[in-house]
Ligand binder design. Structure first.
Ligand code: ADP
Ligand code: ZN
Ligand code: ZN
Length: 723
């Protein structure tokens, strides 16, 4: 008798499909198969074999298996099944996330060979107007060992240009060369700096792979040398066969980090990020699946790759919100990494100067081991932080006179200054710039949010609303405005105030072009006086040895946001950006402009000890019965009208009513209309994660049976980062 297999498809469906297994075919979970699906064919992944065939239905047979080994090895398969259940995302889409795009489309799982090229003629033969081809020929000629096709296109040349040269027989195919000799060079030229006593002490507390599963939170202040510890740890503990994974928030912003790893480990380093093309992805995926002893430096999705010999995971800047996927399969790369280490029985190290409250809470509860590193490496000292109250001070482009004066002094002494415009956690809260007053909800302990479109003030925790006023309700001042500031305006003022100094803007807009961040970093690293102005991108792990002053334009947006995570994010970003000051031999100074210099959180900031602030914040979270003391999930809905969105959520509400579950909403989302879609949300706050998980599974299953108006949809977000 033929057996039956259960197959997952790459579709947003919470169901699997049963097929007959043809004679002679043996299948394992995680294997790719081709199946008939409707009138088409589809690629599926085997979930279960030898299942009881459903009664009374004639099943179609599987077409064939794409290879005789599972694309997803056991442990990766288990990881994704767990994640599908935990995040309530359809299993098929979760499993397919772990495949490179080529394999999702059914392409063969074989390495796409890299083409190599060598110059074999002179440009004299080219017509005078073939400038591009001449440049390319020269470029290739400079690579005596041959140049790789993908490097050629990365350098800005095109395939047609390459073909033209090849047709003219000015270049010829070369055999791959130079790779291993280059990696040998790396190893020989680099001598690792000796770890300081404090680094050694921290490193000695880290469990080794042979100890099995462990999770450690490495709390090391900015510039304390955490990266050096990771390098040292991997060098000491990885055998020649082992794989390791180093998760980083964003690779493109910190090319220096990858370079440091490459200097230590040469060709053993592989990178994984969104800018790779399909064949680069496939090739990296195959190396990992084949168990090659790779040390992978990757962004979020790297944690889902099919490692077979993974012996260590490191999550750098573990607090970074980019570890949480914001759409579709909304997983947290950090939390999945911890589960992966557990499945794999190996250590995971979470490193940060500003640990997330979730991880810190786990450390306090004994789930994670807390390791502290509270000295800077080398000569550098932590910067001094001071608050500058800007109530009733005139501001130009957000900058006060004393702040501009500090910048002038810094430049005069030959150093660089960094001006930070904080937009993260920015919520449109109305504030009086004369008395500091903000309008609170009469029924809740929160501020009202300003809705520009209908000039209204609303509470996002209850249904209260009031019309917005033109002047401060308390002191009648006309300086009553939404809090917030743009980088462009600040850049203009700085350029006008310091006409002889280059002003370099670093934000999403100024760094979109490929390579622009590199040229910015180069300018800063030249050490010549300049002013950097920008957003959170400036706070990310950069090493700017000649920056000695950091000015924070507006600390207040995050202090009074309606998002309960905003104060945590504010403190993290302020300390991270402060950490850019004084990393070299000169000491650093941080000036934080605020209208609330007496705010307890900002006062603690001046002592600069993150864990004190984290303790304070955790106390507030516990008082408010919020995560990490409770488990949270949000149902989101979007539709052509707000009524439809609210209706979807109204229908969920009775399903979610259960003991131990608090329900907030449904309410319009903070940004209620985005791209003409009306969005709303329903928050579930539970005292028991397991119970919440079971409840969500039931709700999601019943929601899937419902019919919705055209264009309307619902989503579930477990452990949301944005509320
Ligand atoms: P973190 O990752 O904690 O911010 P890094 O590892 O980037 O810190 O180190 C900060 C700076 O200190 C880097 O320039 C690094 O080269 C230097 N450094 C780290 N460890 C040492 C050491 N033991 N001796 C000298 N310099 C060090
Ligand atoms: Zn309210
Ligand atoms: Zn006022």
């Amino acid at each position: 008798m033929l057996s039956t297999a259960r197959i997952a498809l790459n579709r947003p469906l919470r169901r699997l499909f049963d097929y007959l297994v043809p004679e002679g075919l043996t299948l394992k979970p995680g294997q790719r198969v081709k199946i008939p699906f409707g009138r088409q064919q589809a690629i599926g992944l085997v979930v279960e074999t030898d299942i009881e065939p459903p009664a009374g239905i004639t099943l179609k047979p599987i077409h064939n298996a794409l290879e005789d080994w599972p694309a997803l090895p056991v442990e990766t398969f288990q990881l994704l099944s767990w994640a599908s259940d935990y995040y309530q995302h359809p299993l098929g889409e979760c499993l397919f996330t772990a495949l490179p795009p080529a394999l999702r489309r059914g392409r063969p799982a074989i390495e796409k060979a890299e083409d190599w090229w060598q110059a074999c003629g002179s440009g004299a033969a080219l017509p005078a107007n073939a400038h591009k081809q001449k440049t390319l020929l020269n470029w290739i000629a400079q690579h005596e060992q041959g140049a790789k096709g993908s490097d050629i296109t990365k350098a800005g040349f095109t395939r047609p240009q390459l073909k033209a040269l090849s047709d003219k027989e000015l270049i010829q195919a070369a055999t791959p060369a130079g790779e291993t000799s280059r990696s040998q060079q790396y190893k020989e030229t680099v001598t690792a700096p000796k770890l300081s006593a404090a680094q050694l002490e921290a490193a000695s507390q880290l469990p080794v792979p042979a100890d099995g599963f462990s999770a450690s939170l490495l709390y090391g202040i900015t510039g304390s040398g955490k990266t050096e510890i990771y390098l040292h740890y991997l060098k000491q503990n990885l055998t020649a066969q082992d794989q390791a994974l180093v998760l980083v928030p964003e690779i493109n912003l910190t090319p220096q980090t990858v370079a440091r790893f490459q200097r230590y480990f040469g060709e053993r380093i592989l990178v994984w990020h969104s800018a790779l093309n399909d064949s680069e992805r496939l090739n990296a995926w195959l190396k990992i699946r084949n168990g090659e002893p790779i040390i992978l430096i990757g962004t979020r999705s790297a944690v889902l790759l099919p490692f077979t010999a993974l012996k260590t995971l490191i999550v750098d800047e573990e607090h970074d919100s980019s570890y949480k996927q914001g759409e579709g399969f909304r997983y947290s790369g950090r939390d999945v990494a911890v589960y992966r280490a557990h499945l794999n029985r190996c250590p995971v190290i979470l490193g940060s100067a500003t640990p997330s409250l979730e991880s810190y809470h786990n450390a306090l509860g004994g789930k994670y081991q807390l390791i502290r590193l509270e000295e800077r490496a080398g000569e550098a000292l932590p910067p001094t932080i001071s608050l500058l109250d800007i109530r009733s001070r005139p501001l130009e482009g957000g900058l006060s006179r004393p702040a501009l004066e500090s910048i002038r002094q810094t430049l005069d002494s030959g150093s660089q200054a960094l001006v930070f415009v904080n937009r993260r956690g920015f919520a449109p809260v109305m504030m009086c710039f004369d008395c500091g007053h903000m309008v609170e909800c009469p029924r809740c302990d929160t501020r009202l949010t300003y809705h520009r479109r209908d000039r209204a003030m609303r509470c996002h925790h209850c249904d209260y609303q009031a019309p917005a006023t033109e002047t401060c309700p308390k002191c009648n001042s006309e300086a009553f405005k939404p809090v917030g500031q743009g980088t462009e305006q600040t850049e203009d003022i700085l350029a006008a105030s310091f006409p002889d100094t280059p002003v370099v803007r670093v934000d999403r807009d100024s760094t979109q072009r490929k390579g622009s961040i590199q040229s910015i970093l180069k300018q800063v690293n030249s050490g010549k006086p300049c002013i950097l102005v920008g957003t959170q991108m400036l706070a990310k792990g950069h090493d700017f040895p000649n920056v000695t002053l950091v000015v924070v334009i507006n600390a207040d947006g995050g202090l009074f946001s309606v998002d309960f995570r905003a104060p945590e994010q504010l403190i993290q970003i302020l300390l991270q950006v402060s950490g850019r000051a004084g990393r070299g031999t000169k000491s650093g100074k941080v000036v934080v402009q605020t209208c609330h210099s007496d705010h307890p959180l900002l006062r603690t900031l001046c002592h600069g000890r993150y864990l004190d602030m984290a303790d304070q914040l955790l106390e507030e979270r516990e008082g408010g019965q919020l995560p990490p003391f409770r488990a949270m999930a949000i149902f989101r809905a979007e539709a052509d009208t707000m009524e439809q969105s609210l209706q979807i959520l109204d229908n969920i509400k009775p399903l979610a009513s259960a003991p131990g579950i608090e329900i907030w909403g449904p309410l319009p989302a903070l940004i209620a209309r985005r791209a003409d879609r009306h969005r709303a949300q329903l928050v579930l706050n539970a005292d028991n994660r397991r119970r919440l998980n079971r409840l969500l599974t039931g709700i999601c299953q019943s929601l899937e049976q419902e019919k919705y108006p055209k264009g309307a949809k619902w989503m579930i977000d477990v452990d949301p980062q944005e509320t």
